[in-house]
Structure formats: C-alpha cells, structure tokens
Ligand binder design. Sequence first.
Ligand code: NAD
Length: 295
Amino acid sequence: MQILDGKLVSKSVKNYLAQSVTIQKEKGKKIPHLAAILVGSNGASETYVAGKIKDCEEVGFNSTLLRLDESVSEKSLIEHIGFLNDDPDVDGILVQLPLPVHIKEEHIISSIDPGKDVDGFHPVSMGKMVNGLPTFIPATPYGIMLMLEHYKIETSGKYAVVIGRSHIVGTPMSILLSRNTPYGNCTVTQCHSKTHDLASFCRQADILVAALGKPEFITADMVKEGAVVIDVGITRIPDNTKKSGYRLSGDVKYDEVAPKCSFITPVPGGVGPMTRAALLKNTFNATVALKAVMN
Ligand code: NAD
C-alpha cells in the first residue's frame, strides 16, 4: 500500500508556481492576483480563506481579502464582484461558500467574470469542462487529477466509482475520470444518496472516490483488494484532546481500509492540500495561459 501524499505533491506544485512567478517578475510581466470574498464569520470558512491567502503569499502571488458583513445584501455582494470583474489587476475571484441563506449562491457565482472564475463553478466554466475545452476546473477534482498524474496511476479502462454528485466535487470528478485524457478513460459510475446497494458498486471499484461527507462511512468490506481510494471527505469531529477542539475525519475508515489498497489518500494531508494547490494553479492560469482563450 502506498500513501498518496497530498502535502508532498502540493509542495512540488507550489515550488513550480513560485519559480514561474519569479520568472514572470524577471520578465516584467504580471504577478497573479487572487481576490477572495468572505461573507460573515463562519469558523471553517475563516480557516479556508486564511489558508488560501497564506498560500498566495507563499508562492509570491498578490492577494486581496474582502470581508463583508453577514447581513450584506445579494445586490451589494454582486456590486462588489462587479468592481473586481472590472479591476484589471485582479486575475482570479473567489467567493467562499457557503453563503448566508438570504443570498442565492447561483446568482453570485454567475456574476463572476468567467475569465476570473478560478473556483471553476461558473456555468460557463462547467460547460467548457464538460465539452473538454480549456477552462478552470473546480479545485478539488483538479487537485485529485494532479495527484493521479504525479503518482502515474493507471486509470485507462479502470472501473471508477465516485460517491457524491455535488457541483464542486462529485460531478466534475466523474466527468474528468471518464474523459479521453491521460488520467481519464475510466468507466465511471456516479453514486449518490438515492443509490441502492452502494456497497456492491464500491466493491467492484478499481478507483473509489468518496465525497459524501459522512465520517468513516467506507469500511473495509466495501473495498476491493488493490483498489485506489481517494478520500475527499472532511468532517470536524469534536475532540477535547486537540487544541482546536476538533479533529478531522475523512469518509473512509482509514485503518481498516488502507491495508487493502494499492494507493490511498490520508485525511488530513491528502486531497485537502491538493485542493489548495489546484486553486493556485487556476489563479496562475488566469494570469497567463487561459487568459487568451477565456476572453
Ligand atoms: P455535498 O453535501 O454537497 O454532497 C454530498 C453528496 O454525497 C451528495 O451528492 C449526496 O447525494 C451524497 N451522499 C450523501 N449521503 C450519501 C450516502 N449515504 N450514500 C451515497 N451518497 C451519499 O458535499 P460536497 O461539497 O460534495 O463535499 C463532500 C465532502 O467532501 C464533505 O465532507 C466536504 O467537507 C468534503 N470536501 C473536501 C474538500 C477537500 O479539499 N478535501 C473540498 C470540498 C469538499
């Protein structure tokens, strides 16, 4: 069994980006600039946004954090996004989700300029991804694809089961794995909360991606011998022994599943760091590579 080390792979992605930024600077070209909007003060969202800003600093990107009050109206939030859309110095815009219930996420996401949509959630980005056109890929599935590539995991002709159908993880993941690309070409079944006998699908999977958000849901009896297991789940479990007051749990019962796997991602230290690295890659692409084709 080999651990898919997200910390290690994300470090190599970050090193590559830091070098690329240095070269950009030397050539007098634009430095990537990410603008993040945080509405309210949800604990997990604060942590995620702080991490994204810190990542930018680490690789030499510019960043802006715009904090808005929980009570901000949808109209006002869209106006703020409009200013960032029009600001030529801002290359990437992300709005940290979830948003307060009085704001419709789809209105907000649709108001972001698709050329700056580094989260890849805009319907234009989604549509291009489905069509196999160059675009921003949502960071979590993009990070997983980068990890498969790094470890040269054979995917062609394999049977992949993706559990979850969210727009940000499960659905794009199942599309990317089924595409005719070097780390695609899987035969994919996408499972969800209404799937009957989920375990019977899981047991056949050569590649199992668990993105349902149910701690330790996947047990050893649900996993085929030699499978590649990607655990996307992150749930905070109250834990008084930790300074933070919680520990993170994945969707996979790691201790009993790992011995059966050829490869497995740990939680933490697997998909999480890759998601952060993939967002940086999207931001860099927003500045250089994709700019020409997006606008
Ligand atoms: P979501 O709640 O939007 O979607 C969960 C999906 O799981 C749904 O489509 C649902 O149909 C399915 N599901 C729920 N219960 C099920 C069951 N019993 N059997 C089969 N399917 C079931 O969640 P999401 O945003 O896609 O995130 C999923 C998990 O991944 C969460 O734990 C989230 O915190 C985590 N996550 C991690 C990262 C990361 O960087 N590691 C990024 C995004 C999300």
